[in-house]
Structures are given as C-alpha cells and as structure tokens.
Design a protein around this ligand. Sequence first.
Ligand code: ACO
Length: 430
Amino acid sequence: MAEGNTARLHHAGKDYDLAVLSPTAGPDVVDIRKLYSEAGVFTYDPGFTSTASCDSTITYIDGDKGELWYRGYPIEQLAAQSHYLEVCYLLLYGELPTPDQLVDFETRITRHTMVHEQMHYFFRGFRRDSHPMATMVGVVGAMSAFYHDSIDINDPVQREIASIRLIAKVPTIAAMAYKYSLGQPFVYPRNELDYASNFLHMCFSVPAEPYNVDPALARAMDRIFTLHADHEQNASTSTVRLAGSSGANPFACIAAGIACLWGPAHGGANQACLEMLRQIGSVDRIPEFIARAKDKNDPFRLMGFGHRVYKNFDPRAKVMKESADEVLDLMGVHNNPTLQVAKELEKIAREDEYFVSKKLYPNVDFYSGIILEAMGFPTSMFTPIFALSRTVGWISQWKEMIADPQNKIGRPRQLYIGAPRRDYKPLDAR
Ligand code: ACO
C-alpha cells in the first residue's frame, strides 16, 4: 500500500489534505480516518458504494474487466486446475500448499467432519418444515456452545482450530438441515471421500441402500464450492467482520454471515432466480418479464442479473454456464425448459438497451440454480450450499481482521434527520 499523493478537501473556509493510498490493484483510496477529528465532518455513503471498510490481501475483484482473483490467482485458473480444499488452504494461509501441506490440511479437515452427537438433539427442536437456512443460522451459532474450547479469539491456536472446525463441519450441518427437512435419518460423514463427494453422500445417501457418488458430479459440486469461496467485502463478509470487530466468537460471527447471506439481494438470489425462471416457464413469455423488470413502478427485478461490483460479465457466471451444460448432459436432462429460458433471457437482456446501458450482466446465481436442481437439490438447499462454500472466505477474512493490530470495533456514524430535541409530554397532555 503506497502513500504519496494527497487529495484536498475544502470545507468551511479551510483546506484539509487527505492522504491517498495506492493498492496493489484497483482504484486509489482517500484516507479519511482523521477527517472528523480534524475537520469535524463525517462522510455520507449509505450502502458503502464508495467506501473501503478495510485493507485486505485475500480477494480482488475488477468489476469493469470482470476479473476475480483469490490471493492473486484468477478464478478461471483455480476453477479449471485446482480443487476446493486447495483453494481453502490458499485463502486461509495466503499461498498454494506444497503436496505435504495439502495432505496435512486435508487430514485436519476430514478429522473434524463429525459434529458433537448432542447436536443431533438440538436439530430436533426445529419445526420439521423449517427452511435449511433457518436451521443453519441456529445450529452454526450453537457451535459456540458445543466447542467452547475454541472461542478465545486472542489465542491463535484456538482461532486455527475454530477455522478448521467450521470448514469441516458446516457441510455436515447443511446436509443434516436438509435431511431433517425431509424427515430422513442423518447420514454420518465418510472421511475417505473427498470434500465434495462427502457432501453429496451426506445429502443423497440413505441407510437402506448403497449410494455411489458420481465423480463427475462431485467435480461439478467442487467447482461450485470454489466459485463461491470468497468475494471480498460483500454484505455477508462485511457482516462477519463487523460482528467480529466487537470480539464476538467465530461461530457467532459466521452465523451472522449466514443470516445476512439468506437475503434475496445476496445469496438468496440463486433460489429466487430459479423460481423466476420457472415462473417465466417458456421462451415466449420472456418479453413480458423483461418489460416488468424495466418498469419503474413494478418492484420486479430480473434475478441473477446485476451486481454491485461487476459492471461486466461475472467471471464466475461464465464457468457456471459451461458447468450447466456439462451437468445436464451428465444427468441425462435434455431440452431442459428452465435452461432454455435462461439462455434466451440472457441473450435478450444482453442486447436490450436498458440492461446494456445499466451494465446489468448475469451474475454467479444465474446458472448455479439450474446446475443444483439437475443434481437433485431442492431450491431451499441452494443458499445453504452457497453458505458452506463461503464459510472459508468468511473465516479467512475474520482471521485477517483479528490478526490486524489496527483492528477497531466497526462503528459507522450517521446523518441524523429525525426530530430536533423536544420535551416529553405526559400521556394526558397529548
Ligand atoms: N433487474 C432490473 N433492473 C435492475 C436490476 C435487475 N436485476 N439490477 C439493478 N437494476 C437497475 C436498478 O433498478 C437501478 O436502476 P435506476 O438507476 O434506473 O434506478 C440500476 O439498475 C442500479 O441498480 P441498484 O439497485 O442501484 O444497484 P446495486 O448495486 O445497489 O444492486 C444488486 C446490485 C442488489 C445485485 C441488484 O442488481 C439486484 O437486485 N439484482 C437482482 C438480485 C441478484 O441477482 N442478486 C445476486 C447478487 S450476486 C450475489 O450475491 C452472489
């Protein structure tokens, strides 16, 4: 982070020189940390559209070029050549592992995949028709009650154990939430399976018959995990950082991230997108929905389109689109009407002046739902799968923040526009 330039602010007849910081990549950042103490003013930026909330070495997005890097490596290369646990190592520790480091890391993860047996009873307190995300928020939050030997955030060893536990156990919890919603018995993890195969096994096998994981499906699942592993300071990651800035334990922070991710403007969009594609139903109805998306008086938006940062094709959506064709082929799903609607909708929207001028391109959620549905997942499992993939990103960002000596409690200011000071009136005088 280079310093040198300054930006000058003129306010109330005085000039203030603000340092300008230069990142490795991306736009320069005006450092306003001392603005209030020196000039007595705040900045105003609802939704943080122009505010860098932290410095970070983990993930970089160039929204105009449509690029995404994890620790400097482009996502396309990682999706094609790496696999999820190697990517987890990279995100957590900053470098690709050596063969020995990878074996050691994989062993540590697979030794922590089971959850405390008492957690099974905890699940039973939820209504059986609960959404798996609702269950996950509760159960991941409850991990701090089950694993309180790893909640001292000031101890680096405990922070490391909590990270491994979260990456290892969240898939088990997501699969248990799914099984619970079906009324089927929980399926224990099998540690000889790779991470993605084990998740498919815990979701789709039943004790009554054998289940063999298709390696090609496991590979597609693994790629979905990789594509969702981190995405710099998005809403859920910022939630994790803000929760963690108070010193809250890692399980509570990740539960907060899961709660935030559930919203339809964020991780809930993959479910909303597939539901929208089904609602459109056939290619001839697309113009009607395009017209609604453009109508200012209609709250309808094209789900899976647009992104706060990408003003170009989301690079993850490109990989997803290729995967969608592969997985549907593999599952023998031909002429899938939802995929046909998706492809045609994408084509029309990419030529339409409204979408072109607003730089609204398909995002990662546009094709992920189609793949997950073809794999056999119900829509309610789409966001839990996103949550389990993103756990490593959340925990890497949380660890980075806790280890940063400059870390302070996150405490935004406000522009108060409420009533001026007034005196209380007793009830009988109102
Ligand atoms: N359909 C129609 N119009 C849209 C869409 C859309 N999907 N997205 C944005 N717009 C329009 C807005 O109406 C606005 O128009 P205006 O300037 O005339 O008022 C303009 O484009 C800018 O939109 P904002 O909402 O200001 O952009 P913002 O950066 O705040 O929102 C967001 C980004 C939330 C992702 C938005 O594009 C959206 O709601 N998309 C649909 C939901 C979705 O797919 N979310 C997944 C995001 S990716 C992820 O979380 C993994």
